[in-house]
Design a protein around this ligand. Structure first.
Ligand code: PLP
Length: 404
C-alpha cells in the first residue's frame, strides 16, 4: 500500500470540508494571561486568548507556581515509576486526600488526564461488574464513550438530558442487572447543565450507580469549587464524581472520587491506572495548591460570572446569536465549517483575537461554532474589543442576527 498517499488524501478530505485542524503555536506569558504570543512564519504576534479552558487563570496563579517550584526543587522532574512501582510520591497522596475531602467522599484516585480517568474507570467498571448495562447520555464526551465501548458491556444511549427517555430504558432493563448511569454536569460545547437531581432520583429508584463527569464544573461552581453537584447539594447522592485538574485548576491530570472500596477496586484492576507512569510530583503539588486556593476564594468565580454576563449581554445587544445556557461557556453559532474557520482566521489576523473554530466531530455538522470562554482576567476593554470585532464581522459577512 502507498501509505503516504493514503494519509495525504485523508487530510485533503478534511481540508475540503473546512474542518482540517490547525494547531496554534502559542507561548503563554506568566502573569499576562489571557495574553500570549503566537509563533507564525518565524515571527510572533501578540494575541488575546478567548477559548482557553484555563477558565480561572489558575495556570498562572502565584500560589500554584510557588507550590510547583518548591516541589520541583525538592523532588526533581518525574515521579520515577508507575504508582505501584516506586511512582507514588507523597504529593500524590496529599492530592488524593484533598480531592476526596473536596467532594465529601471516602477516597479519590488520580489519573494522568481527565480523558484517562473516564476511559479507564468506565471501561473497568462496565467490564468488571457481571452483566452490567451502561446508560450513557447522548451528549457525553468522547472519553466516556470510548471507555464504555472498550468494556464491551451492553450500553443504551439515552437522549441528551431526557429524563423520560432514560427512565424508559431503565424500566426496560432486567432489574437485577448492575446499572451505571454516565452523564456530565456541564456539557462543554453547548454549556448546558446535566439534570443531576432527577438522574439521582431515577438511579435510586432503579438501583443504578451514577457516574458524573464534572470536568467543566470543578473549581467553577459550588461554595468550595467542588462543582455543580456541590452547588446543588447533591454530591452525597452521586456514586462517582470524575474531574480534571487541567481546566479550572490550571494544571493537568484527572481523577475519580467515591467510596474507598470502589477507588481501591479501580486502583487494583484498571490497566489505564496500573500501567502508566505517575504524574510528576510538582504537578500534584500545583493541583493541590489550586484546589486549596479555590476552596477558600470566591473572587475568581465572582469575576468570571461578571465577565460572562457582560459578554452574553453584549452579544444580545448586537444580535449575535449564542446558545442560551446558565454556564460560563458562550457558544456563538455559525453553522458552517468553512465560514467558522474563516471568521476565526479573520479575528486572529486582524484583531489578535484567538477563538478556535469548533467543527465535526466535536459538534454535529451544521452546528459549527465559536466557543467563547471568558475568564476573570479579561478586562472590560478586552470584552469591548471582542464585541466590536464580532459586530464588524457580522456586518461584513451579512451573517444572520438573532432577534433582539
Ligand atoms: N470530560 C469532558 C466532558 C471533557 O470536555 C474533557 C476534555 O475536554 C475531558 C473529560 C478530558 O479531560 P482532560 O482534558 O483532563 O483529559
Amino acid at each position: 500500500m502507498d501509505f503516504e498517499s493514503f494519509f495525504s488524501s485523508k487530510l485533503e478530505d478534511l481540508k475540503l470540508e473546512g474542518r482540517y485542524r490547525v494547531f496554534m503555536d502559542l507561548e503563554r506569558q506568566v502573569g499576562d494571561f489571557p495574553r500570549a504570543k503566537r509563533h507564525v512564519n518565524g515571527t510572533t504576534q501578540d494575541i488575546t486568548i478567548w477559548c482557553s479552558n484555563d477558565y480561572l487563570g489558575m495556570g498562572q496563579n502565584p500560589a500554584v507556581l510557588k507550590a510547583m517550584h518548591e516541589a520541583l526543587d525538592k523532588c526533581g522532574a518525574g515521579a520515577g515509576g508507575t504508582r505501584n512501582i516506586s511512582g507514588t510520591n507523597h504529593y500524590h497522596v496529599e492530592l488524593e486526600s484533598e480531592l476526596a475531602s473536596l467532594h465529601g467522599k471516602e477516597a479519590a484516585l488520580l489519573f494522568n488526564s481527565g480523558y484517562m480517568s473516564n476511559w479507564t474507570t468506565l471501561s473497568t467498571l462496565a467490564a468488571g461488574l457481571p452483566n452490567a448495562i451502561v446508560f450513557s447520555d447522548g451528549g457525553n464526551h468522547a472519553s466516556m464513550i470510548e471507555g464504555i465501548r472498550h468494556s464491551k458491556a451492553d450500553k443504551v444511549i439515552f437522549k441528551h438530558n431526557d429524563i423520560k427517555d432514560l427512565e424508559k430504558h431503565l424500566k426496560a432493563a432486567y432489574p437485577a442487572r448492575p446499572k451505571i448511569i454516565a452523564f456530565e454536569s456541564v456539557y462543554s460545547m453547548d454549556g448546558d447543565f446535566g439534570r443531576i437531581a432527577e438522574i439521582c432520583d431515577l438511579a435510586e429508584h432503579y438501583g443504578a450507580m451514577t457516574y458524573l463527569d464534572e470536568v467543566h464544573g470543578v473549581g467553577l461552581y459550588g461554595e468550595h469549587g467542588a462543582g455543580l453537584a456541590e452547588r446543588e447539594g447533591l454530591m452525597h447522592r452521586v456514586t462517582i464524581i470524575e474531574g480534571t485538574l487541567a481546566k479550572a485548576y490550571g494544571v493537568v491530570g484527572g481523577y475519580i472520587a467515591g467510596s474507598a472500596a470502589m477507588c481501591d477496586y479501580i486502583r487494583s484492576y484498571a490497566s489505564g491506572f496500573i500501567f502508566s507512569s505517575a504524574l510528576p510530583p510538582a504537578v500534584a503539588a500545583g493541583a493541590t495548591a489550586a484546589i486549596k486556593h479555590l476552596k477558600a476564594s470566591e473572587f475568581e468565580r465572582a469575576q468570571l460570572r461578571r465577565n460572562v454576563a457582560m459578554v452574553k449581554a453584549g452579544l444580545d445587544r448586537l444580535g449575535i446569536p449564542h446558545m442560551a445556557n446558565d454556564s460560563h461557556i458562550v457558544p456563538v453559532l455559525v453553522g458552517d465549517a468553512t465560514k467558522c474557520k474563516w471568521i476565526s482566521d479573520y479575528l486572529l489576523d486582524h484583531h489578535g483575537i484567538y477563538i478556535q473554530p469548533i467543527n465535526y466531530p466535536t459538534v454535529p455538522r451544521g452546528t459549527e461554532r465559536l466557543r467563547i470562554t471568558p475568564t476573570p482576567l479579561h478586562s472590560e476593554q478586552d470584552i469591548e474589543v471582542l464585541l466590536q470585532s464580532l459586530d464588524g464581522l457580522w456586518k461584513q459577512c451579512a451573517l444572520s442576527r438573532a432577534v433582539a
